[in-house]
Design a protein around this ligand. Sequence first.
Ligand code: ZN
Length: 166
Amino acid sequence: MDSPKRFKDSNETKYTFADRFLVECPRCKKQCIDSTAGGGADLFLPRKVTCSNCGFSERWQSNTVYTGNEHDWYFLLPLWLQTACCGERLYAFNEKHLEFLERYIEAEHREQVPNVNKSTISRLPIWIKNPKNRENLLKAIATMRARQQGRTVTPMAIRRHISNQS
Ligand SMILES: [Zn+2]
């Protein structure tokens, strides 16, 4: 028998995931990457955003970081991994962040580190914590994963596929 899925809060903060952002290229609108040169976690390390599709590239070095959910913190480009869910918007900075959210959302047992109020989990909005939204949230995660892998899942595309078969 499968034991219920568990999630243990290991006190990740949103800064844990800020070393790398998948964002929308301002030139060609495809996925590009904002990261530190060596993948370090220091918030103020020099950054670079590069697009492997069109060659767009920009550097960042500054003393000010603009934290937020719908864009990366350096070039302020829209996050690639975002989708509508439960009347809200679900965001992930990168693959690791997406995987982290998925593990949390699908877990039936969620253990939280006591007396920690800065972890990503303790700061998640209530609609993400609500088990009633689990199914919709997992669908949103699947949509984001498909987008990360360069595939698109939309009701329209699925209808087209079915009509092609008839
Ligand atoms: Zn591009």
